[in-house]
Structures are given as structure tokens and as C-alpha cells.
Design a protein around this ligand. Structure first.
Ligand SMILES: Cc1cc2nc3c(=O)[nH]c(=O)nc-3n(C[C@H](O)[C@H](O)[C@H](O)COP(=O)(O)O)c2cc1C
Length: 313
């Protein structure tokens, strides 16, 4: 059975997005929350806490995520999320942003397999949280992962997700499927493929190359085309006849959800525009329509610009 996880996107896939997505589209077996942010040492930011509170996530299967190079912090977060009822925690070893990676976290930790070992050793000895890992091939070089996978083999992990790029590539450039193939051969863990699944065709190409892979994680592709996960799972992947009506209702529900949360029109329009940078990929009149949405100064102008894009007016 094919399993699709929703890949976390900080600033996008928060509980408001996840709940609305689940209500209109589904096709996702599990959502990974964007990594938990800290206010100070051993203090979770209220916004991150709100994002994973069970009462805010009633209809979704969710796993929180941590980004850290510190075992004590890991244990603290593991215990905090367990108190909320979670049994699993995903460890981010992939974030490429220099602010994070240069401080030895995210993809910046991949060059230190001994440190990864030390942290996993303590987590699995001192807590009973089920750890999963989301990682890149390395930060500087795709060879880094070959020293990390043998460390991961020593531990019982729920799964590992590999996004086959290095940190320095950020989010563009080719995914390195040759190295991914070598990783598959080296790991006895359940491996999820992540990276650039943006259409049913792209998914099928990946599946053809790696027929044994039955697990994938989708990030940007799911925002750009929210029908994608359920289409990937369908025997006959076609859009519903009322595709644009469904999208429009989803958009309006997402809009209302952020309207409740954000103060001021400007914030709301900026938030919605950031989604439109992805959404627009589902529409033909892209650059002109996106410009209009960006330029909208008030809710009326925004709604009109959105209507024109959705219904290709
Ligand atoms: C704006 C943005 C925010 C992201 N935030 C996170 C995050 O919080 N945690 C994480 O593990 N990955 C994060 N990622 C990486 C994605 O989850 C995913 O691994 C990456 O985009 C490749 O998959 P895709 O091509 O399906 O999007 C982020 C990516 C982007 C573009």
C-alpha cells in the first residue's frame, strides 16, 4: 500500500493549512508539522505549541518535528510532545538555511555522524519516543550520507525520509537519484522518497525507477496542486469535473481561517499571496494573474484577482 506523507513547510503547512487541506482533498496518510521553534533555551514558542496542540489538529494524523544538535533539548521536546499525546517525533537533518546549517543543525549536522550517534543513543535510552529522521544527502557533499546511514542502522527508527539534494543546492537543481539508489541499498529502514514530486507523471517516473519504494513525502507539489496526493493514489487519475469550484471553496476556507488569526488586511493579503506563489502553478494565466494578486491592496481587489485566476477570466 502506498503511503504519502505531507512534507513540512515552515510558514505554510501549519494547522490551519493542514486542517483545511484535509477537509477538501485528503490523500495524505500523515502530516509532519514544521519544526518546533524555541523562544529561549528549553522553551517552545507559543506559535509552535499552538500548531501541534491536539485540539487544533483533531482530524489529522500528525507528527511534530524537531531541529536540534542537543540531546537535552531533544529529550525536553520529546517529553513535551508526549505530554500532548504524541508517540513520535521527526528529526530534521535536512534544513539547508545557512542560519541553521552553519550552526550545526539540520543539514549542517550530516557531516558529524558521531554527534548524530551520540544524540540518538541518548534519546532512545532516555525516552520511549519513536524517532523518524528527515534528511538530505549532505550539506557540502552527497558523500556525507554514506557515513550517516550506518549510524542510523544501529537504531530502531520509525522511518527515514531522504530528500536527495545537498544543503548547498537549497531547493533547486537536480535531485541525485543515483546517490538515492545507493542509499536504498544501504538502509534496512523504511525509506520515504522526498523531492520534486509535482505531478502524477513525476511520481510514476520515481516509482518506475524505484519499484520497491512505496512511501513518499510531498511538500511544494501538494500546495501547488492540492489534488495531487489523491490523484497519485487513484487508479484513474483525473481531476474532478468541479476542480475549480473545489479549489475555490478550499481557498475561501483557508482565507477565513487566516482571517481569524491575522490582524490587519495587509498581513492577510501577504499570507495569501505567499500561498499563491505555489497555487498559481495550477493555473494557465500564471504571471499576469499572480501580479494582480500581489498588487491587490484591499480584500475586494484580492477577491476579484483570485476569481479571475481561478476561472480564467
Ligand atoms: C518554504 C519551505 C519551508 C520548509 N520548512 C521545512 C521544515 O520546517 N521542516 C522540514 O523538514 N523541511 C522543510 N522544508 C523542506 C520540505 O519539507 C521538502 O523536504 C522539500 O521542499 C523537498 O520536497 P518537495 O520537492 O516535495 O517540496 C521546507 C521547504 C520550503 C520550500
Amino acid at each position: 500500500m502506498l503511503t504519502i506523507h505531507s512534507s513540512p513547510l515552515q510558514g505554510f503547512t501549519d494547522f490551519r493549512f493542514r486542517n483545511t487541506f484535509q477537509r477538501f482533498f485528503g490523500g495524505i496518510d500523515r502530516y509532519i508539522a514544521p519544526y518546533i521553534q524555541f523562544k529561549g533555551k528549553m522553551e517552545i514558542k507559543p506559535a509552535s505549541e499552538r500548531d501541534i496542540l491536539p485540539e487544533n489538529n483533531s482530524s489529522t494524523d500528525l507528527i511534530p518535528q524537531i531541529i536540534t544538535k542537543d540531546a537535552d533539548e531533544f529529550i525536553f521536546v520529546a517529553k513535551s510532545v508526549q505530554k500532548l499525546g504524541y508517540t513520535g517525533l521527526n528529526w530534521n537533518l535536512g534544513c539547508p538555511y545557512p542560519m541553521i546549517a552553519k550552526r550545526g543543525m539540520g543539514a549542517g549536522l550530516l557531516s558529524r555522524p558521531e554527534k548524530i550517534n551520540e544524540i540518538l543513543n541518548r534519546i532512545l535510552a532516555e525516552t520511549d519516543i519513536q524517532v523518524s529522521v528527515k534528511m538530505r544527502l549532505g550539506y557540502e557533499s552527497p558523500q556525507e550520507i554514506f557515513h550517516v546511514l550506518p549510524v542510523l542502522e544501529r537504531y530502531s527508527l520509525s522511518n527515514i525520509t531522504i530528500h536527495p539534494r545537498i544543503g548547498k543546492q537549497m531547493y533547486s537543481g537536480e535531485v541525485d537519484l543515483n546517490t538515492f539508489e545507493k542509499c536504498l541499498a544501504m538502509s534496512s529502514h523504511k525509506v520515504f522518497y522526498n523531492g520534486d514530486i509535482t505531478s502524477v507523471g513525476r511520481f510514476r517516473e520515481m516509482k518506475e525507477r524505484f519499484p520497491k519504494i512505496n512511501h513518499c513525502m510531498i511538500g511544494r507539489g501538494l500546495i501547488a496542486d492540492p489534488f495531487l496526493p489523491s490523484m497519485i493514489k487513484a487508479d484513474n487519475p483525473v481531476y474532478p469535473e468541479n476542480r475549480y469550484e473545489v479549489f475555490s471553496s478550499f481557498h475561501d476556507a483557508l482565507f477565513s481561517s487566516y482571517e481569524e488569526a491575522l490582524s490587519g488586511q495587509k498581513h492577510l493579503l501577504m499570507k495569501m499571496y505567499s500561498f499563491w506563489v505555489y497555487f498559481i502553478q495550477s493555473f494557465s494565466e500564471s504571471p499576469k494573474g499572480l501580479k494582480k494578486i500581489k498588487k491587490a491592496q484591499n480584500l475586494g481587489a484580492y477577491r476579484e484577482a483570485v476569481r479571475q485566476v481561478i476561472y480564467n477570466l
